[in-house]
Design a protein around this ligand. Sequence first.
Ligand code: ZN
Length: 441
Amino acid sequence: MTQLWDPELDTRPWHEVLAWQRAQLPGYLTDLRRRSGFYADRLPEAAVADATEDDAWHQIPFLTKNDIRANQRERAEDLLLGTLQSVPNDRIVQVVGSSGTTGNPTFYGLTARDLQRWTDSLTNWITTAGVGPGNVVALTTGMPMVAGGMPYADAIRAAGATLAWVGGQTTERMCRQLELLRVDTLMGTASFVSFFSERCEQELGYPARDLPIRQILAGGEPGMAQPEARRRVLDAWGAGRLSEVMGLCDVLAGIWSQCGAGAGMHFTAARDVHVELIDPGTGEPVAWDDGALGEAVYTHLNREATPVVRYRSRDHMRVVGTSCACGRMSPRVECVGRTDDMLIYKAMNVFPGDIRDVVMDRFADRIAGPMRLRKDHADQVRFDAPIPLEVEIADLGDGALAAEIEEHVRTALRVRVAVEALEPGSIPLGMMKNALTYVRN
Ligand SMILES: [Zn+2]
């Protein structure tokens, strides 16, 4: 039987979990209206009182990242983190920040009680991904303040594993420490775990698969749901298990996590966060059925310091399973992309991740490193000419590859790219997130 951190909620039918969450909202949100001027203005009193009813709940407005940014710019003189902050400054024990890959960073707070709940929830999340006592886990993030920093470190320790925080050092030191500390679990962004194996081989002089790494946790960005990309990472490290994980510093640093039994990620934060799926165009609810596609919307159930209510994540999720051999009852999802990242080629919508996935699906063995799409300016969404795609290829003499990639992308997605073949190592490998798009300077 699989190890469950929270068997009571993890094995409860999903519709019962959602109802149990909604039952807490009238009390929690009524209290929130009392202690927060921001939410007192924003949440209609009658809708809060009847929040267990769908009609009332759907009258509560969505909160967006732009609302939060505006709110933090207001810098209410007595509130450290803007008007979203719903407790006095002296109750905040930690600040968590976004990495700011899509704009100015935003900051969130935790009270002592928030930190307890947050760590408990993160422990469920990392346990689901297979981490527990006996594992030596290398954390490769270099930034303590972001979701993948302190919060991941707390989760590793709370799950009973050994934390080896190797991030933030030179590549050479990190590789040597994987070897010296007999690390068996590697935790990093999807692009980092995909390409760090080659850097290790260069530093150590032997293949990364000869290191004792047996499982990998890949988070921070989508990309590890695609079978060919998974196979490639598992082979490179000689690992038996790859778990995709995901979280948001605005909500909780880890909320979706892949178990050892099925594809996609379970929702692991049921005790602390209510989750909805909506149609991103109309805002209408989408049911958690197999194959459903929608944007995830989150509401805290107990956060004291900086709660979010009906927060639109901009993450588009596809439900890939509603039951699982591991015993967990929460739906399994794949993240297919972010609204913010979506591009338009002529009249076609396309996520950069779709392009990466179809390229990796066919050509993984001939590609040497990350790839990225080039924009002329940060706000560029529309492309009328083929979208420039920079790809590190294994053999620059492989003259046919660029044309083959262009043809395959056009057939699979009806989108044209213009491939520029680069030498291995040309694209900087981020330890936080490797953006799939960048702006030419
Ligand atoms: Zn499962």
